[in-house]
Design a protein around this ligand. Sequence first.
Ligand SMILES: N[C@@H](CCC(=O)N[C@@H](CS)C(=O)NCC(=O)O)C(=O)O
Length: 224
Amino acid sequence: MLEIWGRPYSSNVIPVIWTAAELGLNYKLKLAGGSFGQLDTAEFGKMNPNRMIPAIRDGDFCLWESHAIVRYLSHSYGEGSLCPKDVRQRAVADQWMEWCGTRAFTPVIQMFFGTVRTAPEQRDMKTVMAHVEEASRVLSILDAHLSTQHYVAGDSFTMGDIPLGAVAYRYFNVDVVRPSLPNVEAWYERLTHRPAYQAHVMRFFGTNPEEWQALEIACASEGD
Ligand SMILES: N[C@@H](CCC(=O)N[C@@H](CS)C(=O)NCC(=O)O)C(=O)O
């Protein structure tokens, strides 16, 4: 059975679990990273020499890097659905996955770390708001793209929506005021109707480090 190694609240693991759920795959969640440890073991080092999550094992095949895993699962099990058959549509899905990693992920995660993962008395809201501004500026590029289509690679949901969809949940649910991005908001609203998104992305992540930690610990029941 497919093994997904990671923790269900990790920003890079969520897209992998969401992909597996969209594809209806049976998988075993092997809890690793953060308080679950495992990254220093010899077994994990053989799977991912970077000692980072996510990593997967599919039979005798191991893979790391979240976007590579999303692609591998989509190509292997979602040809014609998550993975478009049309080469150009697939390239556009790939383009937005890359763009998520190079442009959108960092400012949104910095918004997240500056708030949810920082104790209220230690928060530097001026810096957080600079990250909000940068995230919104970058996402305005996606907003323009989505003005003529429902999803990033056309009018159907593909793997191209997955890393960005995971980032969007963080962006829209950190407690800050953000500018309006109507097309990104409409696309996010579409994602919120997907059962796999509801189950694996739309998870309350707490409002401070204590709540976050408690939620992480509670995840222990979800995996091995
Ligand atoms: N580019 C990598 C980044 C992987 C990464 O940064 N993983 C973090 C979690 S999001 C990690 O392993 N941190 C150590 C830990 O969680 O213990 C990917 O997309 O898979």
